[in-house]
Design a protein around this ligand. Structure first.
Ligand code: GRF
Length: 199
């Protein structure tokens, strides 16, 4: 495989992870804080190394993120893809993967950022167009530089499930685009696996 070695972070059903696997991306690691989630099951099924980083294992979110970053660095991922991870990533992660960590968010940022309820808030607000955004992760939540966006019209009679299904169809198109775009910008330079860090 010639593309980037991806580390995917997820807490949820994992449709974006499944889409990347189906498209042949090299998933070098999956990390989750919810070992019973769909994404974790998908990782096990595909024999992808799975890191289980439940918050209860750690004294603080800083300790959790230090361990997570060290694990991903030891595996030698080139890029981190935050695909439905429901924890805010702190400095150990934003520093270790600065400029090579993406997030997919189910709204047209900067609208409806900063939470897990972006689709519900868009419906409540009565917007006629929403969508999804692939952006770089920085310490400011949902505010890093935007790489790709897709617009999705809100249709009469939409509820959260119907709108989210159409948004996710677009996510499955633009997340790979964002990965390819960032990998091209990085010059396709692989990061060597580090031998000495222990989780
Ligand atoms: C996606 O809608 C993404 O925008 C949001 O979390 C959801 C993850 O979905 N950040 P899935 O687990 O990949 O299906």
């Amino acid at each position: 495989m010639t593309g980037p070695r991806l580390g995917v972070l997820s807490s949820g059903k994992g449709s974006n992870l499944s889409n990347l696997l189906q498209r042949g991306y090299h998933i070098a690691a999956v990390a989750t804080n919810r070992p019973s989630c769909g994404a974790a099951a998908t990782a096990r099924q595909h024999l992808v190394p799975l890191g289980e980083f439940s918050q209860k294992r750690f004294g603080s979110s800083l300790a959790r993120d230090r361990t997570l970053a060290a694990w991903l660095e030891r595996i030698g991922v080139d890029m981190v893809v935050n695909a439905g991870y429901d924890r805010i990533l702190g400095e150990p992660m934003t520093s270790a993967f600065a400029g090579r960590m993406l997030n997919i968010h189910p709204s047209l940022l900067p609208s409806f950022g900063g939470g897990m309820d972006a689709v519900q808030r868009a419906l409540e607000h009565g917007v006629k167009i929403t969508g999804c955004t692939v952006h770089l992760v920085t310490e400011a939540v949902d505010a890093g530089p935007i790489l790709v966006q897709a617009a999705v019209p809100v249709l009469p009679g939409d509820d959260q499930d119907r709108l989210l299904a159409r948004i996710q169809a677009e996510e499955h198109r633009i997340l790979p685009e964002g990965i390819d775009l960032l990998w091209a910008r990085l010059g396709g330079a692989a990061q060597p696996a580090k031998e000495t860090t222990h989780a």
